[in-house]
Design a protein around this ligand. Sequence first.
Ligand SMILES: O=C(O)[C@H](O)[C@@H](O)[C@H](O)[C@H](O)COP(=O)(O)O
Length: 245
Amino acid sequence: MAREQLSAMTESFHWNEFADREALAEALAGRIAGLLSAAVERRGTALLAVSGGTTPARLFEVLSNQPIAWDRVTVTLVDERFVPPSSPRSNAALVTAKLLQGRAAAARFLPLFRRGETLDEAAADGDREIAALPLPFDVVILGMGGDGHTASFFPDALELPALLDPENSLALMPVHADSAGEPRLTLTLPRIVAAGFLALHIEGDEKRATFDKAMSNGATGKGPQLPIHAVLDASPRPVEVYWAP
Ligand SMILES: O=C(O)[C@H](O)[C@@H](O)[C@H](O)[C@H](O)COP(=O)(O)O
């Protein structure tokens, strides 16, 4: 089924396509900055949750120079690999190196990994900290893997039913999945879809094909139901999908 048909049928997403990755980063950073500024004006503070991995580095660099009241913004992660910031796989390290620079260095950062704590302890403490924020998040930016996972909602995660449960009262949970590489912490589906603005940032033909497959399987009920579809399906507003080749 064509993407346009699926979008019109399900109204679960808007497709935003760009000629190249630089143009995407400029457009998405501008959109995020406008939304964060509006939140600061409206309620004196703004909450942003970003994903890690490899895709968002360029976006973070552009976003870090947006002229907004960064000292009123709290930044956290959608999900984190349970590794210290010294690891090249640390999402906190990526955010520190690429986003919390320049103007954005004034933002408050809430990391999810905690030195000296077990995964379960960090999940419980992080859950308390996130629940104490003035939720909902104003902006949440998701990524997606080639297996259709988003956040740390891996298809083989032991905790997947709870992570995707719209009634889950937890904000943050531990995740164990063989395909994930290491244990993780992730925001749960209800906290993600409650965001004022929810975007999925994907790049390249392979990810576009994965996205199309996930939406098509979801609409037809055929083939594996992929976690990214569960998120789009649960979102009360169309998810803004940002794609460039
Ligand atoms: O920590 C992570 O891995 C993520 O937050 C994850 O959900 C990511 O967004 C996708 O796996 C895409 O990763 P890439 O951008 O590296 O393809």
